[in-house]
Design a protein around this ligand. Structure first.
Ligand SMILES: C[S@@+](CC[C@H](N)C(=O)[O-])C[C@H]1O[C@@H](n2cnc3c(N)ncnc32)[C@H](O)[C@@H]1O
Length: 222
């Protein structure tokens, strides 16, 4: 029997949003003029200093919450450098509780809308990008708040094609795959199985008996 009490997604949207392709095309072909916030620029500069002299693989864990997944990724990839990013100071400040022994990672507070642009303009060698349980914004009217329906998708797609997105809302991942196809990415979608939980949200959803899904994107050309 399920032990958690996390509520299932409720929405009137029953399939991929009918305006998705239009939105993706609009953002792909227009310039994003949003200024980079001061606090995100500062956070980026600090990480950039930490990376000075390092030219190995970098793994991003965007919207990492308390950074449990960032610590897991650091343990699983000891030769890479991992950066967990979340805009919530409250969550980032809780990271100490989840800290891994490794020193090959950082969990920072920043807004990924701006951080992705800065990464995209940098020379960082990002080889994998995790986006685990982003806020789903499941109301039909909220489609532009989902990452794939937003202006930020352009920068996200420019960083690396190797992206893993997880969600308890299957439609979110179907939409992400369809949007990523505009950028020449192909994707595999499967259910998350096994006893190990990458993040607190994954643990909470699965303890409540909800299915969680993972989408793995890669370049069509590989
Ligand atoms: C549902 S939680 C998932 C957290 C974590 N990945 C997990 O699975 O436990 C979504 C997270 O996205 C973060 N987030 C939302 N918008 C963001 C943004 N623009 N920049 C950085 N983080 C953001 C929130 O602060 C929140 O921690």
């Amino acid at each position: 029997m399920a032990s958690g009490n996390s509520r299932e997604i409720t929405t009137s949207q029953v399939g991929v949003h009918d305006k998705l392709d239009e939105l993706v095309t609009k953002y792909r072909t227009s310039e994003n003029k949003r200024p980079v916030s001061e606090h995100t620029q500062r956070a980026f500069d600090e990480v950039n200093d930490w990376l000075e002299g390092y030219d190995g693989e970098i793994i991003l864990d965007s919207c990492c919450g308390v950074g449990e997944s960032t610590a897991n990724l650091a343990q699983a990839n000891p030769r890479a450098r991992i950066i967990g990013i979340d805009k919530s100071a409250l969550r980032v400040d809780k990271h100490e509780h989840y800290r891994a022994q490794q020193n090959n990672y950082r969990v920072i507070r920043a807004d990924v809308n701006d951080f992705w642009r800065l990464v995209q303009q940098s020379s960082w060698k990002v080889t994998q990008h995790f986006l685990l349980y982003p806020n789903p914004y499941p109301k039909k009217t909220q489609v532009q708040k989902r990452w794939h329906g937003s202006a930020a998708m352009v920068d996200l797609m420019a960083i690396t094609p190797n992206i893993e997105v997880r969600s308890n809302w299957l439609i979110y991942l179907m939409e992400f795959a369809q949007a990523a196809k505009h950028y020449g990415l192909i994707s595999d979608l499967k259910e998350v199985t096994g006893e190990f939980h990458m993040t607190p949200f994954e643990r909470k959803y699965r303890a409540s008996g909800q299915a969680c899904w993972q989408l793995n994107c890669r370049s069509e050309e590989d």
